[in-house]
Design a protein around this ligand. Structure first.
Ligand code: NDP
Length: 282
């Protein structure tokens, strides 16, 4: 009950501090954002920078990360560092969290956002790809969250998980991706209960996004999907506000929430609309 109205407000297309968001709470906040060399993660890094946070960003491409860090500093980040890492490599996961803990002296926010590349195509039985994607999009999230938890506990911090409507409602042509997002929703939903039962002071925000106009997403859906895309910079700001106000869920844009209802209320209609949103002829 608590989540629903706030999530709707939060998911307006022009995010406004409609309730409890105090921008100054992010001044000096210690933040690690993954997948932040481009797309939504890059936009989150810039918003955190404008709020005066201390940031560590990570992705694989060192050159791009360096440019993002420079821009973060010019936008007002109190501190900004980068570390190149591959989330499919288990030893990189602890290395990234340790780097952030050391550089920032702890963590207030861990924002898990990275994804491995996957095709928009009919499932072709490539189990190895599904396992690889699960490693990047799911197992790395739970390992990094566990590693950061003691510091987040100490700082009354927040875990922010960037998920997708695909995690709430299966879409076609992306079966491995859908699986990883459903796994995230399940795992972090369960962990949220456990933290509450332990009276932990760490909040978990799971963010459900619709189609967002990042370069990667737009190049992948071109000619294949008929859906409007929404701005990455607004999606990024909504995610940050959701984490800062310790909301359990975000739906951006707001009507993604409606889809999660219609799939149970009127499943055959929802299936029809979903399948019609993809250009495919056998
Ligand atoms: P992008 O493809 O734009 O960015 C992905 C980021 O992850 C990049 O910084 C990339 O950098 C990094 N990355 C990719 N592979 C690895 C790897 N193996 N190890 C470490 N980092 C890696 O993604 P979006 O911004 O579009 O998506 C961000 C989040 O939003 C994802 O969780 C996605 O599921 C979610 N989302 C996006 C939607 C959309 O329509 N865009 C819709 C719904 C949810 P590099 O290549 O340098 O490593």
């Amino acid at each position: 009950l608590n989540t629903f109205p706030l999530s709707l407000l939060n998911a307006s297309l022009t995010p406004l501090p409609l309730y409890d968001f105090a921008p100054e709470s992010l001044r000096g906040a210690k933040v690690l954002v993954t997948g932040s060399s481009k797309g939504i993660g890059e936009q989150m890094a810039y918003h955190y920078a404008r709020f005066g946070a201390k940031i560590v960003i990570t992705a694989r491409s060192k050159d791009t990360l360096q440019k993002v860090v420079e821009k973060c500093l010019s936008l007002g980040a109190q501190e900004a560092f980068y570390i190149a890492a591959d989330m499919s490599n288990e030893s990189d996961l602890d290395r990234v969290v340790d780097f952030a803990l050391k550089k920032l002296g702890g963590l207030d926010y861990l924002v898990l956002n990275h994804i491995g590349s996957t095709r928009i195509a009919m499932w072709d039985g490539d189990v190895e790809h599904a396992k690889w994607l699960m490693k990047i999009n799911f197992f790395s999230y739970i390992q990094m969250a566990w590693k950061a938890l003691p510091s987040l506990e100490k700082n009354k911090g927040s875990l922010v998980i960037v998920s997708s409507l695909a995690g709430k409602m299966p879409s076609p042509l992306t079966a491995p991706y859908v699986s990883t997002k459903s796994a995230l929703n399940g795992f972090f939903g369960s962990l949220r209960h456990e933290l509450a039962m332990k009276k932990s002071n760490v909040s978990i925000s799971v963010c459900t996004l619709g189609l967002i106009d990042t370069e990667t997403a737009m190049s992948k859906v071109k000619g294949k999907v008929n859906m409007p895309a929404y701005p990455a910079t607004e999606a990024a700001l909504n995610i940050i506000i959701t984490g800062a106000t310790r909301q359990p869920e975000l739906f951006y844009p707001w009507f993604t929430y409606i889809w999660t209802l219609t799939k149970d209320w009127i499943p055959s209609f929802t299936d029809y609309v979903v399948q019609r949103s993809y250009n495919y002829s056998p």
